[in-house]
Design a protein around this ligand. Structure first.
Ligand SMILES: Cc1ncc(COP(=O)(O)O)c(C=O)c1O
Length: 485
């Protein structure tokens, strides 16, 4: 949505709409609709703007509301208008429909939509101060060319210190700064995986990791996580490693996305030993490591059990700080970091210096920022759990002790249908099958608690309303993707 046009403005644009050619043969509503189409086709009325409410336009044009209602209906029928109950009507052109984006991850510029497809917080208030301080530091770098393929030394040191504080001594030359954790994953895959290589992942897992693996044409084996209990089934996980002997395993041990599970220390140790025994390298995604809730104690990092450079850890600023910073990193052996940097110059050369300086300032204030984030997330999680218990009591959820998402088991295999129906009432959802490989997981839904509590409660109310509608209308209605804008 790019803006709104008021009744008086539209009336001005419409001008003598009632005197257009053909006017005598068509009813008022059709003439009005046709005039709006004319404005759209010659771009005097932009696409994606919200039209005035029916009553407002009726008053501005001094015609009956019924005429405007009928005109809007006619425009919807010809694909020139999209409406959503309670949110308004937007202009569009036929053929420019946005297909229901239950599979898309980028938030669209639609401020009416409650977006539960993205599991990330808005920026912390400290970000602006950090950005200002970073510009003060910038002159120190302006004398050089600005390319630092492994990252600026201050940030690498700050990240290394973070590992040391978690009990894992790390030097700056073991850190490579990337443009986000996803970039880190992609680079590691480029280096460590030949096309067609075998990779073990959790199921469910982070969909964009699956996308990165698909980009390398990986052959993927999955380890199914249980919903409740510990998540990982140790014997099955170790058995899979021994049987399939993958080149790589990609795991999210801290507050796994989407389930929220935390891998215990004993299993970490056993996974590292088993991986070494079968020649598997481990990519450990630590995106949520800074976000334990309820005072949950963290086990040692997986890399703490590694004596053979089998573990490559990746992480970044997106979850505790802000996704818009695009700062992530790899922790590996110093030679591996050098190889990654050499691979990187064929991709994007280096990360932006200014953003890295912002990250340095945020990390200097980590204790305070992260404490605020945890408190915020715990309160939002509790609001979400409360709303679910209230409105969707048949759904089963395990209370996550960290991270930003919960994984709900629904009362039927309706996740994709529900996501499509929810989109029509202004809630974007990430349905279960997005987190797996083979269209399974229809009984599950990931729900992030990264939005304000009031939005979460409102979203659950809307989801509950369409959930019960699904039963009334039967599953057939949702087979075809619904088109909305
Ligand atoms: C497990 C996991 N890895 C990686 C990412 C991507 O993070 P970034 O924004 O740092 O690229 C995310 C973001 O949701 C994530 O959940």
């Amino acid at each position: 949505m790019t803006g709104q046009v008021r009744g008086a403005q539209l009336a001005r644009l419409l001008g003598q709409w009632h005197a257009l050619p053909g006017r005598r043969r068509s009813p008022d509503y059709a003439a009005l609709a046709s005039a709006v189409r004319g404005l759209l086709s010659d771009a005097r009325l932009p696409l994606g703007v919200r039209l005035p409410a029916e009553r407002e336009l009726a008053e501005a044009l001094r015609i009956s509301r019924t005429t405007v209602t009928a005109a809007y209906r006619a425009l919807r029928e010809t694909g020139h208008l999209a409406s959503r109950r309670g949110a308004g009507s937007w202009t569009m052109l036929p053929g420019t429909h946005r297909v229901a984006s239950t599979g898309l991850w980028t938030p669209l510029d639609d401020r009416e939509m409650i977006d539960l497809g993205v599991a990330a917080l808005a920026a912390p208030p400290q970000l602006l101060g950090a950005a200002r301080a970073a510009t003060e530091d910038l002159p120190r770098y302006l004398g050089g060319a600005g390319y630092h393929p492994t990252g600026i030394i201050e940030l690498r040191e700050a990240v290394a210190d973070g590992y040391a504080a978690r009990g894992l001594p790390t030097s700056a030359d073991q850190i490579m700064v990337t443009s986000g954790t996803q970039h880190a994953l992609d680079l590691v895959l480029r280096l460590a995986l030949a096309p067609g290589g075998n990779v073990l992942v959790e199921s469910p897992t982070y969909p964009n990791a699956l996308a990165a693996l698909a980009g390398r044409r990986a052959r993927i084996t999955t380890h199914g996580l249980s919903v409740d209990g510990g998540g990982w089934e140790p014997d099955l996980l170790l058995g899979s490693l021994r049987q399939t002997r993958p080149k790589l395993a990609y795991l999210i041990p801290e507050f796994q996305n989407p389930t929220g599970h935390l891998m215990p220390a004993t299993l970490r140790e056993r996974v590292v030993a088993a991986a070494h025994a079968v020649g598997t390298d481990l990519i450990i995604d630590e995106s949520f490591v800074d976000l334990p809730l309820d005072g949950t104690e963290l086990p040692p990092p997986v890399a703490a059990y590694d004596r053979h450079s089998r573990v490559i850890s990746i992480g970044g600023m997106s979850k505790p700080y802000w996704g818009g910073l695009r700062i992530g990193w790899v922790r590996a052996s110093a030679p591996q970091v050098q190889r990654l940097a050499a691979a990187r110059v064929g991709v994007d050369m280096a990360s932006p210096v200014l953003d890295q300086l912002v990250a340095v300032h945020l990390l200097a204030d980590a204790a305070a920022i992260v404490a605020d984030r945890r408190a915020q997330l715990a309160a939002q999680r509790d609001a979400l759990l409360g709303a679910l218990a209230d409105r969707l009591p048949d759904w089963r959820v395990t209370v996550p002790r960290g991270g930003v998402t919960l994984w709900a088991e629904l009362d039927g295999p309706v996740s994709s249908a529900l996501a499509r129906a929810a989109e029509e009432v202004g809630v974007r959802l990430a349905p279960g099958p997005r987190f797996g490989l083979d269209g399974t997981l229809e009984r599950f839904l990931r729900l992030p608690f990264t939005l304000p509590a009031a939005d979460l409660v409102e979203a659950v109310g809307r989801i509950a309303a369409v959930r019960y509608d699904l039963d009334r209308t039967g599953p057939q209605r949702w087979r075809e993707p619904t088109v909305i804008a």
